[in-house]
Write a protein that binds this ligand. Structure first.
Ligand SMILES: C[S@@+](CC[C@H](N)C(=O)[O-])C[C@H]1O[C@@H](n2cnc3c(N)ncnc32)[C@H](O)[C@@H]1O
Length: 346
């Protein structure tokens, strides 16, 4: 092949690669505005951070991790979950950083999963730069915008950033990833270290307990609760997360807690429908360890999840989700300037 011909071939390859990138980005954008969510396919087969359980199911793997979710279909589940929580909250964050984000801030999303939040924020606030980290690269480098970076890192081993690096650090739905001691002694100190003085920290979490729960829901939540306790994970997130944050000497006193109530079931309209799907997908994601702990066969566990979906309709079940907002000492704006709201979402 002559030099000219090989140049043309490599140009064509580059063009093809660029087209794939643009197409993937188009798909990704439609995800946010469209309730008919489109999913991006990421090659999950080559990831060494995922291990196979005895049943052949792949689950997250890191020596010190408490996170036991199946990774098959995890990208799709988390993308849908992002849309669900955004709909509950009607926003991507509660921290008073809008002005900073418009002016140009440095933002970190810990446990970013497929990076749905990160990319959505990066597209909204083009002046700011966003970094997503996850110890399992569910994100796709193909999705990178000029102001987004994704990195593979385990927060329990420390994050590869200098002290005082970020204006805003966010962590969403990592409840099953750390025990109480790890949260207080490793995760929060590491987040505080990399947050700038006066910078903001926000956690969004969801309660694992349901109100108006029927017997099957109770069976599943009790099993999950025992499973979490066996790993040292506490359930009372709405008290222990703010306490752990406030216990850090570099965090200002007065952690802001916001709460939303979400009804579960078709009886509660579109959002309730999304809730049943999201929760059922969640039960499926932790099927391998939970069915083992409950001594249930695969089919028996699936039947429980199907019964859960029916039961929430009869019982009109609901659950709570929280956002916890903290500020690192060294600020000019006081945390007491934030307005507290407790809203019921239907
Ligand atoms: C429920 S997902 C939440 C994804 C994303 N934050 C969202 O709100 O859509 C939790 C994510 O945390 C990641 N994770 C769990 N333990 C982690 C750790 N020790 N360090 C970094 N990421 C972790 C998991 O790989 C998973 O992608």
């Amino acid at each position: 092949m002559g030099i000219k011909q090989s140049k043309t071939t490599s140009n064509n390859k580059l063009k093809a690669k660029a087209t794939v990138k643009v197409e993937k980005r188009k798909k990704f954008r439609s995800l946010r505005s469209n309730s008919n969510i489109q999913i991006i396919t990421i090659d999950e087969s080559i990831n060494e951070a995922w291990r196979f359980t005895g049943s052949g199911k792949r689950i997250h793997y890191a020596k010190n991790s408490k996170y036991n979710n199946a990774v098959d279909k995890e990208v799709e589940r988390l993308q849908k979950q992002h849309c669900f929580f955004k709909r509950i909250w009607q926003s991507n964050y509660s921290t008073p950083v809008e002005e900073k984000l418009r002016a140009g801030a440095k933002v970190l999303d810990i446990g970013c999963g497929p990076g749905t939040w990160t990319i959505e924020m990066a597209e909204t606030y083009e002046q700011s730069t966003f970094t997503g980290v996850d110890y399992v690269p569910l994100f796709s480098q193909e999705m990178e915008l000029a102001n987004v970076k994704f990195l593979q890192a385990n927060i329990l081993d420390g994050l590869p950033f200098l002290d005082d690096s970020f204006d805003f650090v966010r962590m969403g739905l990592l409840v099953t990833a750390f025990n109480a001691t790890e949260l207080k002694e490793k995760v929060i100190p590491e987040i505080v270290r990399i947050t700038k003085p006066g910078g903001w920290i926000e956690f969004m979490e969801s309660d694992i307990q349901y109100f108006n729960e029927g017997p099957t829901t109770a069976r599943l939540t009790n099993a999950l609760s025992s499973f979490m306790k066996s790993k040292g994970i506490l359930e009372s997130l709405n008290s222990y997360i703010p306490q752990s944050l406030e216990g850090n000497e570099k965090i200002q006193k007065g952690i802001q807690t916001e709460e939303k109530t979400c009804f579960v079931g078709k009886w509660a309209g579109d959002l309730g429908k999304m809730a049943v799907e999201d929760i059922a997908n969640g039960w499926t994601a932790i099927k391998a360890p939970l069915s083992k702990a409950m001594k249930l066969k695969s089919q028996e566990y699936d039947e429980l999840v199907a019964t859960f979906a029916k039961e929430v309709e009869q019982n009109r079940s609901y659950f709570k989700t929280w956002r916890f907002v903290a500020q690192k000492i060294g600020s000019t704006t006081s945390i007491s300037d934030i307005i507290t709201t407790t809203t019921t979402t239907s």
